[in-house]
Design a protein around this ligand. Structure first.
Ligand SMILES: [Zn+2]
Length: 121
C-alpha cells in the first residue's frame, strides 16, 4: 500500500478581536431574536441554543470606523444583513431612536426606541 502524506501549508491569520460580544448578545435578547427589518418574518431555528438565528449589523461598517453602540447596530436575519452589506443603503436618519433610509429601492424605518426597552450599560 502506498502511503501518501497530505500536503501541509502554514498560514498567518490576521483576525480583528472585537469586544462587542456583550452588547450584541443583549440586543439579540431584547428584540427576541427577530429580524428588525420591517415586515421580515424570517425564522431560522438554532436548535442548539433554542433561539432564532439572527445577526447584528453595523449601519456604519466597522472598517469605516463604525462603532458597536446603540444607534449603529441592528438585529437582522442573515438575508437582510447581507442585503445591508451589499446593497449600499442610503441612510436618512440614524440616531439612538430610529434608523431610516432606502435599501435596494425600498424605504425602511426601524424604531429602535421601542425595540430596546432596557437600559443597556
Ligand atoms: Zn430579515
Amino acid at each position: 500500500m502506498l502511503l501518501i502524506e497530505p500536503e501541509r501549508k502554514i498560514q498567518t491569520i490576521n483576525k480583528l478581536i472585537r469586544k462587542d460580544s456583550k452588547i450584541i448578545k443583549l440586543l439579540k435578547e431584547y428584540v427576541g431574536y427577530k429580524c428588525q427589518f420591517p415586515d421580515c418574518n424570517s425564522l431560522i431555528p438554532d436548535k442548539k441554543r433554542g433561539v432564532n438565528y439572527v445577526e447584528v449589523a453595523h449601519i456604519q461598517p466597522v472598517h469605516k470606523a463604525g462603532q458597536s453602540i446603540i444607534g449603529n447596530l441592528i438585529v437582522l436575519c442573515p438575508n437582510h444583513h447581507k442585503e445591508f452589506d451589499l446593497g449600499e443603503p442610503d441612510i436618512f436618519i440614524q440616531n439612538k431612536h430610529i434608523i431610516s433610509g432606502i435599501l435596494n429601492e425600498r424605504n425602511f424605518e426601524i424604531n429602535l426606541f421601542n425595540s430596546y426597552s432596557y437600559e443597556i450599560k
